[in-house]
Structure formats: structure tokens, C-alpha cells
Design a protein around this ligand. Sequence first.
Ligand code: OAD
Length: 277
Amino acid sequence: MIPIWRKGQMSFEQLICKAADVIKGTKKLVAFSGAGMSAESGIPTFRDPGGLWDRFDPEEIGTGPGLLNALMRIPDKIRALINETLTTFAAAKPNPGHHALFTLETMGILRSVITQNVDNLHGEAGNTRVIEVHGNLYRYRCLSCGRKNTFPRTEIFAHVRKALDSITHFNLTSVMSLLPQCSCGGRMRPDVVMFGEAVQSLPEAFKEAESCEVMLVLGTSGVVFPAAALPERAKSAGATVIEINPGLSSYRSISDLHIQSKTGEALPLIVQRIQHA
Ligand code: OAD
């Protein structure tokens, strides 16, 4: 594969201009985002220092059985983690990167966002076509009847916070009170994908990847499959791949353009450039 321009020879400003030039000429732009996209909203990534998988073994709490086991072995750590997660997510708001993607949609350029994030921030920024391959933290699924229900985030935070504060002995039984009740009487769990569970909306995500002209790969390390295969799929179907990531990822070799920057910094600059071209 021959890159459409030579990497490593452009200044930051030139990279922004080049990305803007490529993006403004298409109506088939798809964004693929990961945890780095929400880092500037205050939500830590998974694998950077201090992230969830830097502090815990994914086997330990990233699977259903692992989490149940951890609740019995290290209940205090799990309680502290839930507390911390509640505080972090309750404070999180879309950042300039999310807002820039919404602007690209309103300009008729961005067709969809495929995200691995469960934080709902693309939707909150206003994007209307968001494919959430790892689920959504505010959508719950009944463990008995399978019904799904999306709750307003304030309602969920208030429910979980109240239930958590009222638990004196944090264990497998008491933790069930954190889960809202379905109208059928069953308990509902967050409709997010844990390791070993099926990824959501995958055929739709691959269809978007295969039919886009330009894919923005934003703040993802690209190590969790099958979602991680989406940029390669876009690339092999002929798309130009533009990556924005200040750190490491597995996409360096397939990206036509790599902007070593935070998404909250680079995306607004690209949008400004398109608007004033
Ligand atoms: P990772 O934590 O693996 O990767 C985060 C990426 O974001 C890294 O490449 C960082 O360099 C980059 N990054 C950090 N700050 C950034 C910023 N301000 N702007 C742009 N990029 C930044 O997170 P994901 O790739 O999303 O899966 O992880 C993929 C999946 O692994 C997650 O969806 C989750 C996790 O286990 C499930 O929960 C199933």
C-alpha cells in the first residue's frame, strides 16, 4: 500500500490542513472512536497509565464470571471502583472533539460514528448516527425477560448512588440492589459488552467501514477485536485512513495520515480549517 503522502515530513499545521483538505471533499466520512476520545471529558482510557486495565487484570473484572468472583474476593476494591466510576461519569460532558464531530455531521460530511465507548458522549454532543459496538452504560437489559430500557443519566446516577450509600455489607447479594428493576420484576444490568460477550451492531459497523471514503480513527489502541478490525476493513475497501492519537496504537502502518495530538485539540482545528476554506 502506497501512502497518499509521505509520513513524518509534515508539521502539525500541515497535517491539519491536509486532513481538512481530504475531509472536505467527501460526504462519506466515518469516525471510529475509542477511549482516548473521551479522555478530555475526564474519563480515563483503559490502557494508559492509571487506566482500568493498568490497575486491574481484565480477566479479573472484565468478564461476568471474573466480576462475580472479584465481588467475593475484593469487595472493598470493587465498591471503591464503582464509586469512582460514578463520580467520573456523572461529571463527564462532551469535549471539543465530540462537538467537532457533530459539526462535521451538520455540514453533511460525517455519515456516522462507530464507537467503542459506552459513555453516550457522541449522542450527547448531538450526533444522530452513533453505532455503539460495546453498548451504552445508560441502556439496561433485563436479566429475566431481556427487555431493554434507556434511562436518563441523572436517574441512573441517583439510583446507583443511593443504593450504594445504603449498603452496609458490600457483597454479591447486596450489589444486586444497584441494578434497577424491570417491570417484569427481574433485575436489569447495563447493556455493555464484557469480554467474552457478543459485540453489538457489528454488521452495521462493518457496512459503514466498507463503504466510507475516509475514516477518522480517534483515540483507540486498536487491540480489542472484532471492533479493532474496522479501520483495516475500511482501508482494504479503498478508504483513506486518518488517525488522531497522541500515543501508541496498532494503526500506524495503515494510516495514510497520523496526527499526533489529542482529539479535543486536532478535530476542532480541522473543522475550523474546513469552515474557512
Ligand atoms: P485504550 O485504553 O486501549 O486506548 C486508548 C487510546 O487513546 C490510546 O491509544 C491512547 O494513546 C489514546 N489517547 C489517550 N488520550 C487521548 C486523547 N486526549 N485524544 C486522543 N487519543 C488519546 O482504549 P480503547 O482503544 O478504546 O472494551 O480500548 C478498546 C476496548 O478495550 C474498550 O472499548 C474496552 C476495553 O477493554 C470493552 O469494554 C469490551
